[in-house]
Design a protein around this ligand. Structure first.
Ligand code: ATP
Length: 241
């Protein structure tokens, strides 16, 4: 029998009040993969991540981790199970220092002080710019640095699966390049990644497999290399006929 998927979403449905945002979404992520979730504004990508992370209750369907049902678990429990989210808009705490923001990423794990310090040093090794600014209030960082901080904070939980929501949003092209280099490095170091991006070309180039969302549904899926040259997808998302 083959191993269960690291993450499996089955027939997931979600609502905001009376408005339905997800309509029976199925999606899988296997260990070691980078999987892209692409789609236009309002397609439901963030809603899906929130449901996976336990930040929003699904109306129906299941979330499985290693084949075990975790639907409806709290965000803290999901972090302890090996998931971490870098939210859209970063959501760093502007008045807290870089170091204090990082520490918050380990809170749900109840790790000892020594372990927290060890993990912070690992984050500083990966993100030299954060190391230089560790005592600086997060609100004074540039957008790219805040994205690095949000990613570093998620890595403090040593996740097996990192959910990245729109990491390039609002960043200049050069900074976006830097963020994608970091995403590649994380993937090479063995972190499994579910990458939500409006920038479909970049997301497909950075991933093994991709799911395309529209109107709260998965409308296409496949190997990213195939989707990159798919005429329908190119016409809809990549600005080519
Ligand atoms: P974006 O890239 O703009 O974040 P998205 O693909 O992540 O888009 P969602 O944010 O998941 O899309 O939104 C899916 C649908 O749910 C949209 O129709 C949106 O208007 C609606 N929605 C999102 N958040 C809320 C909310 N807090 N209350 C009501 N409706 C919401």
């Amino acid at each position: 029998m083959s191993a269960p998927h690291l993450l499996a979403i089955e027939n997931l449905t979600a609502h905001y009040g009376a408005a339905q945002a997800l309509f029976g979404v199925d999606l899988t992520v296997d260990a070691g993969q980078t999987v892209a979730l692409v789609g236009a504004n309002g397609a439901g990508k963030t809603t899906l991540l929130k449901c996976i992370m336990g930040l929003m209750r699904a109306s129906n369907g299941r979330v499985l981790l290693d084949g075990q049902k975790v639907t409806g678990s709290s965000p803290a429990k999901m972090v302890r199970s090996g998931l971490a989210l870098t939210p859209e808009g970063r959501e760093v705490f502007p008045d807290l220092s870089v170091a204090e923001n990082l520490e918050l990423g380990a809170v749900a794990l109840k790790a000892g002080r020594r372990e927290v310090v060890r993990r912070m040093e690992a984050v500083y090794e990966r993100f030299g710019r954060l190391a230089e600014r560790r005592e600086q209030p997060a609100g004074t960082l540039s957008g790219g640095e805040q994205q690095m901080l949000a990613m570093g904070r998620a890595l403090m939980a040593k996740p097996r699966l990192l959910l990245l929501d729109e990491p390039s949003l609002g960043l200049a092209p050069l900074i976006t390049d830097e963020i994608f280099t970091i995403i590649h490095q994380l993937a090479r170091s063995g972190v499994t990644i579910l990458l939500v991006e409006q920038n479909a070309a970049r997301a497909l180039s950075a991933s093994h497999k991709a799911f395309l969302m529209a109107g709260g549904r998965i409308v296409q899926q496949g190997n990213s290399d195939d989707l990159l040259v798919d005429p329908r997808l190119r016409a809809a998302f990549l600005g080519a006929a």
